[in-house]
Write a protein that binds this ligand. Structure first.
Ligand code: ATP
Ligand code: MG
Length: 565
C-alpha cells in the first residue's frame, strides 16, 4: 500500500531534501513507482552513531514510501574486513529496529559480474592495463591546479589489455605491479576523472571468496555496480562523495546498465566524539577503552550497553534532520533525546551510590513494612511496587551535612526531611570513628507521616531516596563522562593526535553501592531511573549486579532551548 505523498512526513513537518526528491520521483513515476535504497557498510569495524543516521535515513525512506532497503556489505577490501564485524553490524541494524528481510547482499557476490563489466569497458576502448607503480601513478595524476600526464601504457591495444587483464586475474603478476584503469581524461578538472584505478592486484584471501580472486575492485568502480545490480533507485551517501558522482555516472553510462541516482547528504559529527572507524579501532587496539562496546564508545553496541534505547537514537536522527552542510551536533542534543525517551519508559527504583547508615531509634527492632512506591509517574499503567522499610537504612552520604551551608536543605542535625514513599525523619545524633569520619546517623521517625505526608500539613524542604539496609543488594556502579575533554577531539597539539584529548576521568567505578531488592532479577541491559541520581542500565556482563550510568537527570540542552525561547 502506497502512503499518500503529501510532501510532508507523518508529523506534518516539511520533507527533507532527499525525501522531497523521492516524493517527486514517485509523482513523475521516474522509477516506475519504486523506491529502493540500501545501507552499505564496509565490514571493517563496528557501526557508530553516524551510521545510525544513514541507517535511519535509508531504512526510514523505504518504510515511509513503501519501498525496500537492502543491507549490503561492501566487502571489497579483504585486508581490513572480518566476519566478526558482519555479525555485529547485522545485530546493530536489527536492534535499531530495521529489517532487511531476505535482502542481505555482499559486494563480493558480484566480483564475477564486475570482472565481466570491466572486460566490456576494455573492449570498448574505455579501460587499460597500466604498469606504473603506485608512486608514479600519483605523480602522473597532477594536482588541482596542474593537469595530469597520460600514462605511457594508455595506448595499449584492446587485445593486449584483455590479455594482460586476464593474466592479472590469473595471478601472473605480483601485488602493485599493474592496475586496470578507466580511460577518461588526464586533464579533467575533477581529479577523480583522471583515469581512476578500477582494479588492483592483491594476493590476499577474502573472508568470503577465499583465494578465488587476486584482483580486487576499487570503491568507485565497485559501488555504482553494486547499486546497479541491485536496481537501487536512490543511492544515498555522504558529502565526500559529491566529487565522485561524475565518475559514478560515467561508469554506469559507459556500461549502459541500470543507473541509480546518487544523492549526497552531510555526515553526522558530534561534539566530544570521534566518529571514524579507524580512530575507534585505535582506541580498542591500544586498550584505551575496554572494547568496541565500551559504554563510552559512540558505537551502536557501546550506546546499547550504556543504556541507550533504539527509540532514543531514532528520535535523535529525526531531530537532527538531513541536509547538505557539514556541521557538528552538540552531544547534549543526543542526551536530550535520550532523557526524553528514558523519562517515559524507565521504571523508577531506589539506589544509594555512597551509603551512609541511618538508625531509626524509635522504630521497632524486627519490624519490616512494605511500602508502596510508584514505578513511573509518567506512566500510570506501570503501577506500583513494594519497597521494604526497617530500623536500619541507607541514605546517600551527600544527602547529609553536619554543618550545612545556607542553601543545603537536605538532612542535618536537628532537621526533618522526607524519606520518599516512607516517613518524615529527624536527625538526632551523629556517630563518628576515631578519625572523626561519620559512620552512622541516628534519627527518629514520625509514624503519622506514613507514605510521606504529614497529616498536620507541616512541610519539609527535601525528599531523600533511601534503602532498607538488611534488604539492600550490593552493587557496582560505573559512572561515565565524555570520552574526550575537548569538544573537537581532533583539535590536538601539532606533535600529538586525538588520543591526547582523552578524558582521564571518563570512568569512575563505585564498588560499594546498594540497590533495592526488586533489582535482584534484573536482566542485562535493563534500563532504570535511579531516583534523584540519573538513568542507569544493567551491564551486559552476567555474574554481578553492575549498573552503567546512562546519563544524569539534568538536561542542559532543554535549558538552552528554554533560554532561546
Ligand atoms: P568511517 O568514516 O567511520 O570509517 P565509513 O564511511 O568508511 O565510515 P562505511 O561502512 O563505508 O563507513 O559506511 C556505511 C554507510 O554509512 C555509508 O553510506 C556512509 O556514508 C554512512 N556513514 C558513515 N559515517 C557516517 C556519518 N558520520 N554520518 C552519516 N552517515 C555516515
Ligand atoms: Mg566508506
Amino acid at each position: 500500500m502506497t502512503k499518500p505523498n503529501t510532501g510532508q512526513n507523518n508529523k506534518g513537518q516539511k520533507l527533507d531534501f532527499i525525501r522531497q526528491i523521492v516524493a517527486d520521483d514517485l509523482k513523475t513515476n521516474k522509477w516506475s513507482g519504486r523506491v529502493h535504497t540500501r545501507f552499505p557498510p564496509e565490514p571493517n569495524g563496528y557501526l557508530h552513531i553516524g551510521h545510525a543516521k544513514s541507517i535511519c535515513l535509508n531504512f526510514g525512506i523505504a518504510d515511509q514510501f513503501s519501498g525496500l532497503c537492502n543491507l549490503r556489505f561492501d566487502d571489497t577490501n579483504p585486508i581490513k574486513e572480518e566476519a566478526e564485524y558482519i555479525e555485529a553490524i547485522k545485530e546493530d541494524v536489527r536492534w535499531l529496529g530495521f529489517d532487511w528481510a531476505d535482502r542481505l547482499y555482499y559486494a563480493s557476490d558480484y566480483f564475477q559480474q564486475m570482472y565481466e563489466y570491466a572486460l566490456q569497458l576494455i573492449k570498448a576502448g574505455r579501460a587499460y592495463v597500466c604498469d606504473l607503480t603506485p608512486d608514479q601513478t600519483r605523480q602522473y595524476r597532477g594536482t588541482l591546479t596542474k593537469p595530469g600526464k597520460d600514462s605511457p601504457y594508455r595506448s595499449r591495444s584492446i587485445e593486449e589489455n584483455i590479455d594482460l587483464f586476464e593474466q592479472m586475474k590469473a595471478g601472473k603478476f605480483p601485488d602493485g605491479s599493474r592496475t586496470l584503469r578507466a580511460k577518461i581524461d588526464m586533464a579533467h578538472p575533477n581529479l577523480n576523472m583522471r583515469d581512476p584505478v578500477m582494479y588492483r592486484i592483491l594476493h590476499a584471501a577474502h573472508p568470503r571468496t577465499a583465494d578465488a580472486w587476486c584482483i580486487y575492485p576499487m570503491y568507485d568502480w565497485a559501488h555504482g555496480l553494486e547499486d546497479s545490480i541491485e536496481e537501487i533507485t536512490h543511492s544515498i551517501c555522504t558529502l565526500e562523495f559529491e566529487n565522485h558522482r561524475p565518475l559514478y555516472d560515467w561508469f554506469l553510462d559507459q556500461l549502459g546498465v541500470f543507473h541509480p541516482q546518487q544523492i549526497e547528504f552531510a555526515r553526522l559529527n558530534l561534539s566530544y566524539t570521534v566518529m571514524s572507524k579507524r580512530k575507534l579501532l585505535q582506541l580498542v587496539a591500544d586498550g584505551l577503552v575496554t572494547g568496541w562496546d565500551d559504554p563510552r564508545m559512540p558505537t551502536i553496541c557501546g550506546l546499547r550497553r550504556r543504556g541507550y534505547s533504539p527509540a532514543a537514537i531514532r528520535n535523535f536522527c529525526t531531530v537532527i534532520g538531513v541536509n547538505k552542510f557539514n556541521s557538528t551536533v552538540d552531544i547534549a542534543l543526543l542526551e536530550h533525546c535520550l532523557r526524553e525517551d528514558l523519562n517515559k519508559t524507565s521504571p523508577r527504583v531506589m539506589a544509594v551510590l555512597k551509603p551512609l547508615k541511618v538508625i531509626i531509634d524509635n522504630y521497632p527492632e524486627d519490624k519490616v513494612e512494605q511500602l508502596d512506591a510508584v514505578n513511573n509517574p509518567e506512566d500510570p499503567s506501570a503501577g506500583t511496587r513494594k519497597v521494604p522499610f526497617s530500623k536500619e537504612l541507607y541514605i546517600e552520604q551527600d544527602d547529609f551535612m553536619e554543618s550545612p551551608p545556607k542553601k543545603f536543605y537536605r538532612l542535618a542535625p536537628g532537621r526533618e526531611v522526607r524519606l520518599r514513599y516512607a516517613y518524615f525523619v529527624t536527625c538526632t545524633d551523629v556517630t563518628k570513628d576515631s578519625n572523626g569520619n561519620i559512620t552512622e546517623l541516628h534519627c527518629t521517625y514520625d509514624p503519622a507521616t506514613r507514605g510521606g505526608d504529614a497529616p498536620d500539613g507541616r512541610k519539609v524542604k527535601s525528599t531523600l531516596h533511601w534503602l532498607s539496609a538488611p534488604h539492600a543488594l550490593k552493587a557496582e556502579v560505573r559512572l561515565y563522562d565524555h570520552l574526550f575533554i575537548n569538544e573537537n577531539p581532533d583539535d590536538a597539539p601539532e606533535d600529538k593526535d586525538f588520543k591526547s584529548n582523552l578524558n582521564p576521568d571518563s570512568l569512575q567505578i563505585l564498588t560499594d553501592c546498594r540497590v533495592e531488592p526488586s533489582l535482584a532479577d534484573t536482566k542485562p541491559l535493563g534500563r532504570y531511573q535511579f531516583e534523584r541520581l540519573g538513568y542507569f542500565c544493567t551491564d551486559s556482563s552476567k555474574d554481578n549486579l553492575i549498573f552503567n550510568r546512562t546519563v544524569t537527570l539534568r538536561d542542559t540542552w532543554a535549558k538552552i532551548q528554554k533560554k532561546q525561547k
